[in-house]
Design a protein around this ligand. Sequence first.
Ligand code: SF4
Length: 433
Amino acid sequence: MKTVAFQTLGCKVNQTETAALQELFARAGYQTVAFAACADVYVINTCTVTHLSDRKSRQLIRRARRSNPKGLIVVTGCLAQVAPAEVLRLPEVDLVIGTHARERLPELVLDAKKNRANLVVPLDKKSGFEKLPVSQGGERTRAFLKVQEGCQQFCSYCIVPYARGPLCSMPPAEAVTEAELLAAQGYKELVLTGINLGSYGLDLPGQTALLGDLLKELARVEGITRIRLSSIEPTEITPHLVELLLSCRKICRHLHIPLQSGNDEILRRMNRRYNASEFLYLVRWLRSEIPGLALTTDVMAGFPGETEENFAHTLELVRLCGFSRLHIFKYSPRRGTPAAGFPDQVPPAVKEERSKRLRELGDRLAVTFQAGFIGKRVEVLFEEQSGHGRLAGLTEHYLRVTAKVPEISLGKLAEVHVLGLQREGLYGETVGA
Ligand code: SF4
């Protein structure tokens, strides 16, 4: 049997796509083997968000060649899309294919055996939403469904719009069909992913189905008990979406809203489409509308020109927003983005020190948010063993909870009475235990 090995760098969208490519090769008669094994084909799904991800991509390519000097090496993903010629110049590489038009990849691999090829389709030639099989690559409880592609915001530090291209949405009927298939496979939670999820449907004819409309459709799918949004831009949160979060209890009361900075001048230079007071107003409005809402975010430390005073604004806004979790990034210049050429690049030691302060603040805010659940009942979707006869799972607020429950509860929702905090979240006992 032919064998194929995969390796993925970067975001949830990349991971979801690799799972789909894995399914594609399985249907073509391939057996997936470990990346370290000697495989006939290696597929490396690259990321190019920072020069570090570029370096890691090249390291994976060399590793694959060492594992099998005769193996066929396919490089796909964002680095392949933005720098195809550069990637194909690497002697180890046989086939380069970008971030779309991969539906026929197993066939294309056959041709590449004869001659090395750059099959990257330019973004302006992109035709519709890439039709890859929806597969979960081993996830058992939460299914990731990519429904949106592309971004046109062009934040000054971000290479993604150059790698992912214009907005492109999976037609709602297809999304519902995929959700039904996933429910039939026993998945309880659906995590909607996209490069810019909030702009779902803006490219569809007549813009008749936007994110809120899609959520309504998906909420009708039998068997799916939870729907989570992976991320949404602050400028894309509508009253309609808030209404849905209130009226439809399947939609998790957790929003991941990237902030990036709390200083207006830095936000302007990032080309973000809001200022600090607008963001705070949004957070306070959401909290007043949706009780107990969990908000998580992305924050960047050390954007070019960021002064100590600018950074103090970020710390203060993060504190005022009371996020339940922070994803902290140190600014990293990315060739091909405007910010890479900005003066006043912040020294690495300062970036490190600022992200450390953000981490400390983030930990304090996380404990404050979690402590609010002690003594309360929460619904947990148990998804893994956590030792000592306990299972662990997530609440709708994206909090990890462990409890002593029978193994048959894996993949099931159960009500838990929260007893206290522990290192990675909450612990409790199931109600009626
Ligand atoms: S919204 Fe900004 S940060 Fe996000 S993918 Fe688009 S350009 Fe990048």
